[in-house]
Design a protein around this ligand. Structure first.
Ligand SMILES: Cc1cc2nc3c(=O)[nH]c(=O)nc-3n(C[C@H](O)[C@H](O)[C@H](O)COP(=O)(O)O)c2cc1C
Ligand SMILES: CCCCCCC(=O)C(=O)O
Length: 404
C-alpha cells in the first residue's frame, strides 16, 4: 500500500473520518507532488522495497507512541535550538540525503540548499492555502532562533557539491558518501568536500546492493539523459561503467566492512557519521570504531523490507551507546510531535527525506523552507504543550512506559 493510502487508512481508523483537510503538511505536499510529477518520478521518490512494510511502518510506528505531557511549567518562551557535532542549529530537524532533486524541481539541490540555509522568513501563503487555517498563536521564539539547520547532500545529486555551496554559502552541510570499489573516487570526493567547507561525512552503509523497488523495476526507472550525477561529471572512474538508475553501477562496493571505517579515518579529519544502523550490536561496533555519530536509518524503507521502523529501533541503540557518540534518526518524520517523540527516545536530531522532496516539488527553495518552517512551528508547539521549555528538557519521561 502506498504511503499516502496507508497514512489515510491509519487516520481514518483513528478518527473515524476521512478528513483530508486535517492532513499534516507533509502529506498535503506529497499529494501535490503526486499530482504534478511524472508517474516514474513519483514512483521513484515514494518507493519502498518489496511490499513496503518497513516504509509504511516508519510512519505508523509514531502513531502508536503516546506522550505524557507535563503542565504548569511556564512555557511562555520555548527554545528549539540544539547542537549537532558541536555546532548550534535552529531546531533538531535536518535534511537527509536524497538523490536526483532536478527531477522534482529544475534547480535541484541548489534550491534545496537555499531553502535550508538561513535566509528571509518564509511567506505564509502555503500555510493559509493548504491548511486552510492560520497557524495557532505560539510563544515568541528565543531571540537568536533561526531556521538554520543541517543539509546532508547526496553523492547522487544532480547538482555538484560546488554548485550547492556557491548557491548558499552560509549553509551548514554534511556530505553523504559511499565507499566505492575505486577508493580513489571516494578519496577524491572527500578532498573536494573538505575544501568546500563541508563539516562531516555521512557514510551510507545500507546499500551493498539496491533494494528491490518494484515500481522502479516495472517503470525501468533511470535518470533521464539530460540530467547527470554532477559530482561524477568528467571523472574517468565513472565514465565507462554500466549504469543502474543512470548511476555508474561499479561505484558501490558490496564488500565494504568495518575495516573500511579505519581507511576512511586515515584519509580525513572530518567527523564520520555512519548512516544505516538498526541494531545495538552495530551501534556498539560504531562506538568501538571511534566514529562521531550514527544515523538510525532504514533508508526510508527502500532497502531491506521487514526491518524495524527506525523509531522502534532507537531505544535499544540509545541504551547501548550510552552517550558515547551522537545518535540521529531518519524515517517517517512528518510532524512536530514525531520529532518530539524521537528526541524523547534519545535522538539528538532527526532528518527528513521525502518531505523535503515534496516541498521542493511544490515550490523549489520556498517549498523546502516552508516544510522546515512548519515542522519547526509544530515542534515548538508540541514542546510547549508537553511542558518542555528547551530541548534539554525533552527526555524519556515524556513517553508512556509501554513503549520503552
Ligand atoms: C528518493 C530518495 C532518494 C534517496 N537517496 C539517498 C541517497 O542518495 N543516499 C542516502 O544515503 N540515502 C538516500 N535516501 C534515504 C534517505 O536519506 C533517508 O534515509 C530516508 O528518506 C528517510 O525516510 P523519509 O523519506 O521517510 O524521511 C533516499 C531516500 C529517498 C526517498
Ligand atoms: C545504484 C544505487 C541507487 C541508489 C540511488 C539513491 C538512493 O539511495 C535511493 O534510495 O534511491
Amino acid at each position: 500500500m502506498r504511503e499516502e493510502q496507508q497514512v489515510k487508512a491509519a487516520r481514518t481508523r483513528r478518527s473515524g473520518e476521512g478528513d483530508e483537510e486535517r492532513m499534516n503538511i507533509c502529506n498535503r505536499l506529497m499529494k501535490y507532488a503526486k499530482e504534478h510529477l511524472s508517474k516514474a518520478t513519483w514512483d521513484y521518490y515514494a518507493a519502498g522495497a518489496d511490499e513496503c512494510c518497513t516504509r509504511d511502518d516508519n510512519l505508523l510506528a509514531y502513531k502508536r507512541i503516546r506522550l505524557r505531557p507535563r503542565v504548569l511549567r511556564d512555557v511562555s518562551v520555548s527554545d528549539t535550538r540544539t547542537t549537532v557535532q558541536g555546532v548550534q542549529i535552529g531546531f533538531p530537524v535536518g535534511i537527509a540525503p536524497t538523490a536526483f532533486h532536478c527531477l522534482a524541481w529544475h534547480e535541484g539541490e541548489v534550491a534545496t540548499a537555499r531553502g535550508e540555509a538561513p535566509g528571509p522568513p518564509p511567506a505564509f501563503e502555503l500555510r493559509l492555502s493548504v491548511t486552510g487555517a492560520v497557524t495557532p498563536p505560539l510563544p515568541p521564539p528565543a531571540a537568536t532562533e533561526a531556521l538554520d539547520t543541517c543539509y546532508i547532500s547526496s553523492t547522487y545529486s544532480t547538482c555538484s557539491v560546488e554548485e550547492i555551496v556557491a548557491a548558499a554559502p552560509g549553509g551548514y552541510r554534511w556530505f553523504q558518501l559511499y565507499v566505492y570499489r575505486d577508493r580513489e573516487l571516494s578519496e577524491h570526493m572527500v578532498r573536494r568536500v573538505e575544501a568546500l567547507g563541508y563539516r562531516a561525512l555521512v557514510l551510507t552503509v545500507d546499500v551493498p546492493f539496491t533494494g528491490k523497488r518494484r515500481d522502479d523495476i516495472r517503470n525501468r526507472f533511470r535518470l533521464p539523459p539530460h540530467l547527470k550525477i554532477k559530482n561524477f561529471e568528467g571523472l574517468p572512474q565513472a565514465a565507462a561503467a554500466p549504469e543502474d538508475y543512470g548511476i555508474p553501477s561499479n561505484t558501490l562496493d558490496p564488500s565494504i566492512s568495518w575495516k573500511d571505517i579505519h581507511w576512511l579515518q586515515s584519509i580525513t579529519q572530518l567527523p564520520i557519521i555512519i548512516k544505516g544502523i538498526l541494531t545495538k550490536e552495530d551501534a556498539e561496533l560504531a562506538v568501538e570504531h571511534g566514529v562521531q555519530g550514527i544515523i538510525v536509518s532504514n533508508h526510508g524503507g527502500r532497502q531491506l523490507d521487514g526491518g524495524p521502523a527506525t523509531i522502534d529501533a532507537l531505544t535499544e541503540i540509545v541504551d547501548a551507546v550510552q552517550g558515547r557518540m551522537e545518535v540521529y534518526l531518519d524515517g517517517g518524520i512528518r510532524t512536530g510531535s514525531d520529532v518530539l517523540k524521537a528526541l524523547a527516545l534519545g535522538a539528538k536530531c532527526v532528518f527528513i527525506g521525502r518531505p523535503a522532496v515534496w516541498g521542493l516539488a511544490y515550490k523549489g527553495e520556498d517549498g523546502v523552507r516552508e516544510v522546515l518552517q512548519i515542522l519547526h512551528d509544530e515542534f515548538r508547539l508540541s514542546m510547549a504543550l508537553s511542558g518542555c521549555r528547551n530541548v534539554a528538557e525533552i527526555n524519556r519521561n515524556l513517553i508512556q512506559c509501554s513503549k520503552l
